[in-house]
Design a protein around this ligand. Structure first.
Ligand code: ADP
Length: 617
């Protein structure tokens, strides 16, 4: 059985947020089926020798309260926790928790030994604090599975606890002989589990697009190979930062099957990267983010690991160090196996804890120059991700400019914001006319609404008809027109929408809207069409209109029976919608009913046409 996986950690912390580590899904090692588990024995991924995998022991999820003591709260049966006290032996030169140690603990909790890739933002933790790590399976896809890991810190003196980062690890199961195998699906129970389950699909999509995003950025941008207008006297040749170090894998570094712990390898990598970074800045650097631990193959007790690191690029206040690891056997091996690569960002903090200026580096010709440019591209991707994803959904500014390299994150944000709204459990039925229902959800700052009806139509037909905004004016009288301005890819489209509503300036309102549509990943999943505003340089505000923005809205479509489909429209109401919602709830208007009946007629009228269209695809 072959597994592969990688971590993604994503943590807003102390104002800095983390990047996601994204690795290629390449085979990396083989494990004894009966000993491989994500968390502890009682819960996780156990494989039968027939090659089918079950994400849980049989029946564990049939009744989530099964086996619970009286008074005990529901707990995800795949969840495992670890708590560790930070002792002097776990710290670095500054007396803070060493990141290598944290990686080893995360690795033990998620049992990812020998897996792939991790990225995280790093914060300062001192002796005496406790680290709590929780891991659970979020979703089993066909042959891959996402595990969520939450790291939090606890101050024993004050009793305060705070979350540090959230990580996602992905594993792909492969049967020994036939390659891919099928995992048993997992049913989410709580609101939080449902949300993680649903958004896992979007994270998977984003992960798979990473390599293309990087390639795209490198081909389409004109990046200088040297820092422009720099002070040439203060340029350090990259070779000066080069580090090479060797480690012998001993039994304490490996699991019971002799495979090296992934966390141990990561800790060794952090060590050489820190030395390379110190050689550039001649100070004690602090690791800020880790991107892409990329495990390509396993290593065992008796292997020697050759770790190589060099500064790839330096920016004003930070630098990227790349590390690669090769394994070999002293006695017999002729060639070395490349088993891992990672990219780490370091800063140098001054007395006040502020990042100080970093000297420039001059890359070596050839590979060095390529890595220099790739480091810049990774920095751009990391910033996009931090800006768009790590922010709380509702804090992402509406006017994010859309571009080729952040398109994946904007789509992620679009779809995941809607899915988060869909997973909420505290919706209240506010009005109902002839089976068209309007629900509301009151939260701190927002009043969201949802309108729902069940129709005699096929879900796929409804999905295609509702995802094309150009047709919306046919049933939604708030829409005057919509024009397609950018076809991002098959499932993402940007429209310029003109509304019927007139602004205070007596001009029609207009919007630039990204529509992201997603078909179900699994049986039981809904079809989703999400809308949010973006900024598009080719579609600037026009004096004819008043430019408006919309936060999160869209459709969720469930095929309920062979004939019946439930269509729900969601809207996280901007203040402009408030009157619409409240007059409908108060019974002063039946507008929601009129609009959705018109929507039903529109779907019925056009469904056959779309079927013909779909057949011709
Ligand atoms: P890439 O060259 O595409 O970055 P690799 O996996 O070959 O990917 O290397 C990962 C990183 O490890 C490189 O970016 C570089 O920083 C570092 N590295 C690779 N080879 C060496 C080497 N011979 N000496 C020092 N550092 C190296």
């Amino acid at each position: 059985m072959l597994w592969e996986g990688f971590y993604e950690l994503n943590a807003p912390f102390h104002g800095i947020s983390v990047s996601l580590g994204i690795g290629d899904l390449a085979p990396w090692g083989s494990f004894d089926a009966h000993h491989f588990c994500i968390a502890a024995e009682q819960s996780v991924v156990l494989f039968s020798s027939e090659g089918s995998a079950s994400a849980l022991p049989a029946g564990a999820l049939a009744d989530p309260t099964l086996g619970m003591e009286r008074g005990e709260q529901y707990r995800n049966p795949t969840e495992v926790q670890m708590s560790q006290l930070v002792l002097p032996c776990h710290t670095n030169h500054r007396g803070e928790l060493s990141i290598g140690q944290l990686l080893k603990w995360i690795d033990t909790t998620a049992c990812l030994s020998g897996k792939q890739s991790c990225a995280m933002d790093l914060a300062i933790h001192y002796v005496g604090q406790v680290v709590n790590i929780k891991a659970k399976v979020n979703r089993a896809f066909n042959s891959s599975m996402e595990v969520g890991i939450q790291v939090s810190y606890e101050d024993l003196c004050s009793g305060k606890q705070w979350n540090v980062c959230k990580a996602y690890a992905t594993f792909v199961a492969q049967g020994k002989a036939t390659g891919k195998m099928k995992l048993k699906p997992l049913t989410p129970q709580t609101e939080e589990e449902k949300m993680e389950y649903s958004i896992a699909a979007e994270r998977r999509r984003m992960r798979l697009a990473h390599t293309d995003t990087l390639k795209d950025l490198l081909t389409h941008s004109t990046m200088p190979t040297e820092r422009e207008n720099g002070d040439c006297n203060n340029v350090v040749p990259a070779e000066k930062t080069r580090v090479e170090s060797v480690e012998l894998v001993l039994p304490p570094h490996a699991n019971h099957q002799g495979n090296t712990f992934g966390g141990q390898i990561m800790a060794w990598m952090e060590n050489v990267a820190t030395i390379a970074a110190s050689r550039l800045c001649h100070a004690h650097p602090t690791l800020k983010t880790i991107e892409m631990f990329h495990f390509r193959g396993p290593s065992q007790v008796g292997d020697r690991l050759l770790l190589k690191a060099i500064v790839n690029n330096s920016f004003k206040n930070s630098m990227e160090v790349g590390v690669c690891v090769e394994a070999y056997r002293q006695e017999m091996e002729v060639s070395r196996r490349h088993i891992n690569s990672a990219f780490m960002t370091f800063v140098v903090l001054d007395q006040e804890g502020q990042p100080s200026a970093i000297p420039m580096v001059k890359p070596e010709v050839g590979d060095g120059e390529r890595r220099y440019r790739e480091a810049s591209a990774r920095k751009k991707i990391r910033l996009d991700r931090k800006y768009i994803i790590s922010c709380e959904q509702t804090k992402v500014p509406l006017s994010v400019p859309w571009d080729q390299s952040n398109k994946v994150y904007l789509s992620y944000n679009n779809v995941s914001a809607l899915k988060t709204l869909v997973a909420k459990t505290n919706w209240v039925l506010a009005a109902e006319i002839d089976k068209v229902r309007m629900y509301t959800l009151e939260e701190d700052k927002y009043l969201s609404f949802r309108i729902e009806m069940t129709l005699c139509i096929d879900a796929t037909q409804a999905f295609f008809l509702l995802s094309d905004l150009r047709q919306r004016h046919e049933w939604d009288r708030h829409y005057a027109s919509a024009e397609l301005v950018q076809q991002v890819d098959e499932d993402d489209t940007i429209y310029h929408v003109v509304s019927q509503t007139v602004s205070q300036e007596n001009k029609p309102q207009d919007f630039v809207i990204l529509a992201s549509r997603r078909k179900p990943c699994d049986e039981g999943d809904p079809y989703v069409v999400a809308f949010r505003s973006v900024m598009l340089p080719t579609c600037p505000p026009n004096p004819e209109y008043t430019r408006q923005e919309t936060m999160c809205s869209g459709f969720c479509i469930w095929q309920e029976t062979a004939e019946l489909t439930k269509v729900s429209y969601y809207n996280q109401a901007a203040p402009g919608y408030l009157a619409y919602v409240t007059t409908n709830i108060a019974g002063l208007s039946s507008d929601f009913y009129v609009t959705f009946k018109a929507c039903e007629r529109f779907l019925q009228k056009n469904k056959d046409e779309i079927t013909v269209g779909l057949q011709n695809l």
